[in-house]
Design a protein. Structure first.
Ligand SMILES: Cc1cc2nc3c(=O)[nH]c(=O)nc-3n(C[C@H](O)[C@H](O)[C@H](O)COP(=O)(O)OP(=O)(O)OC[C@H]3O[C@@H](n4cnc5c(N)ncnc54)[C@H](O)[C@@H]3O)c2cc1C
Ligand SMILES: *[C@@H]1O[C@H](CO)[C@@H](O)[C@H](O)[C@H]1NC(C)=O
Ligand SMILES: *[C@@H]1O[C@H](CO)[C@@H](O)[C@H](O)[C@H]1NC(C)=O
Ligand SMILES: *[C@@H]1O[C@H](CO)[C@@H](O)[C@H](O)[C@H]1NC(C)=O
Ligand SMILES: *[C@@H]1O[C@H](CO)[C@@H](O)[C@H](O)[C@H]1NC(C)=O
Ligand SMILES: *[C@@H]1O[C@H](CO)[C@@H](O)[C@H](O)[C@H]1NC(C)=O
Ligand SMILES: *[C@@H]1O[C@H](CO)[C@@H](O)[C@H](O)[C@H]1NC(C)=O
Ligand SMILES: *[C@@H]1O[C@H](CO)[C@@H](O)[C@H](O)[C@H]1NC(C)=O
Length: 399
């Protein structure tokens, strides 16, 4: 028993070493997470993961949904920022953390491996360079693409007088002569969204004022015709031929420290009947959109409508365990920068803890195969119990 007492003494007097034990992760991969897309959602997820030292690669092809707009609004502390500045400021801060890489490139494929325990991500980098990495988790922040009607002049002015949401640019066009570009049923509900900003409103429904669409509209908004009459809102049903810019309302010299400045654009709307064009200062539009990328869908992610199915209770994980969907692309059906931030953060927190949960399960299972305390004692005994030592006691333990 002497040797055991000696062992205990040695353990007591040994200098305390607090080096963190190295425990194997559950899965070996190049990255903890690969974030696909570097808009506000992907950047938010990357920031959340960088702060807890996750090893992250963000791959971004740089086709941002709000790229055409002059200023982004309703982003706390950054109201009126240009989208490019917002991304620049975020990238600069995120790259200060040592465990993240932000790169340009297009992800071409996400291949689930071994029952989704890790993924292979294939990407094309600029200069025809194809790369491939493994990662434990994938975050789809791939965004949506607006499907703009082909009407002459519309695409050129998208985001610059023809705007997408009241919060985006509505205030810049307050009290101006407004047009609403949408199908009848959606144009009528748009009036309620914009009424605190504009009262001189024409609905350009582009031939959709048909009996069938009137019935749909009545279902969505009973009494809509009375409502439009009360507000003196006109319906223009002629088919649009062109929307021509007559004046540019951009405010490049306005004080950038202020959130909002009026933008005095002017447009002429022409119709296929070539009669009586209409002048408007701005348009509030509602057009369809689609997923910017198919990589999620091709990897087996389910779509709800045209959105990537994301489970709010599981950190916005999709039906494919390990693949998350955030930002405009996901089925929260909320499409703005604050949501992109929130959803990115939500996934970052969940994903971080999920990886460590998986690690802990694997580490406990590995440790369960033998008694850790006994093992440490054996190693110490073997070190002390050398034949020349006075305490030599031959094979006390099977080492
Ligand atoms: C004209 C306009 C104005 C807007 N103004 C405002 C505003 O003022 N305020 C506001 O809150 N919201 C505004 N929005 C909404 C806002 O743009 C979106 O909510 C926001 O961009 C969503 O961020 P996201 O990161 O999900 O997507 P995005 O910003 O669209 O970013 C997606 C990124 O993923 C990349 N990507 C896609 N596929 C791949 C792939 N395979 N490999 C690599 N990268 C890929 C794309 O290139 C892109 O960079 C506006 C939208 C529009 C259309
Ligand atoms: C990377 O993408 C950004 C747009 O997001 C672009 O401005 C930049 O030029 C690109 N860089 C390279 C090396 O392609
Ligand atoms: C695959 O993973 C799921 C959980 O994501 C698990 O329920 C299932 O048992 C796994 N299948 C195999 C064969 O390991
Ligand atoms: C990329 O490859 C294509 C075809 O393989 C070629 O036409 C093109 O010139 C290449 N571009 C660069 C930048 O090398
Ligand atoms: C208007 O309708 C025409 C004909 O159907 C179509 O080509 C055009 O894209 C539509 N424009 C808008 C703004 O909806
Ligand atoms: C609106 O235009 C469409 C297509 O040209 C036409 O079928 C419909 O009758 C028009 N509606 C009205 C109220 O004139
Ligand atoms: C729109 O109509 C007006 C008046 O007829 C005409 O002067 C103008 O050239 C038209 N614009 C386009 C783009 O056709
Ligand atoms: C989002 O819309 C789709 C249909 O387009 C629907 O299936 C899904 O349930 C919606 N999500 C939420 C959170 O309402």
């Amino acid at each position: 028993m002497i040797f055991l007492s000696l062992l205990r003494i040695c353990l007591l007097i040994a200098p305390a070493v607090h080096s963190a034990p190295f425990l194997e992760p559950a899965v070996q991969a190049d990255y903890d997470a690969i974030v696909i897309g570097g808009g506000p959602a992907g950047l938010a997820a990357t920031s959340g993961l960088a702060r807890v030292r996750r090893n992250v690669l963000l791959i971004d092809s740089g086709e941002y949904r709000n790229d055409p707009t002059r200023h982004a609004h309703d982003i706390l502390g950054f109201d009126g920022v240009t989208p490019a500045w917002l991304r620049f400021a975020a990238r600069r801060q995120i790259s200060d953390y040592g465990t993240v890489d932000l790169v340009n490139g297009t992800v071409t494929e996400v291949q689930p491996q071994k029952n989704n325990t890790f993924f292979k991500v294939l990407a094309d980098y600029p200069g025809n360079k194809s790369v491939s990495f493994t990662t434990r988790k994938v975050v789809l922040a791939t965004g949506m693409r607006d499907i703009l009607p082909t009407t002459t002049g519309l695409a050129e002015s998208w985001g610059k007088g023809i705007y997408w949401c009241p919060w985006c640019d509505g205030h810049e066009h307050a009290d101006q002569d407004l047009g609403i570009l949408a199908r009848l049923d959606s144009a009528v509900t748009s009036v309620r969204e914009i009424l605190t900003l504009n009262t001189d409103i024409v609905l350009f429904v582009n031939g959709t004022d048909t009996p069938a669409n009137r019935a749909i509209t009545e279902g969505k908004f009973p009494g809509w015709e009375t409502y439009l009459k009360l507000l003196n809102v006109k319906i223009e049903n002629r088919t649009l031929a062109s929307i021509t810019r007559l004046r540019d309302g951009a405010t490049p010299y306005a004080d950038p420290s202020l959130p909002t400045h009026p933008e005095h654009d002017l447009f002429e709307v022409n119709f296929t009947d070539k009669k009586n064009p209409i002048l408007r200062n701005a348009f509030f539009a509602d057009f369809p959109s689609e997923q910017r990328s198919k990589v999620g869908e091709n990897a087996g992610v389910q779509l709800y409508g045209n959105k990537l199915a994301a489970d709010g209770a599981g950190g916005l994980v999709t039906n494919v365990p390990g693949i998350f969907a955030i930002g405009d692309a996901n089925s929260d059906n909320v499409t703005n920068v604050p949501h992109a931030f929130f959803s990115g953060k939500r996934t970052a927190v969940y994903l971080h803890v999920q990886i460590e949960r998986e690690n802990s399960l694997a580490q406990i299972a590995a440790a369960g195969k033998r008694d850790v305390g006994e093992d440490e004692l054996q190693k110490l005994w073997a070190r002390m119990n050398v034949p020349s030592d006075v305490t030599h006691a031959r094979e006390r333990f099977e080492v």
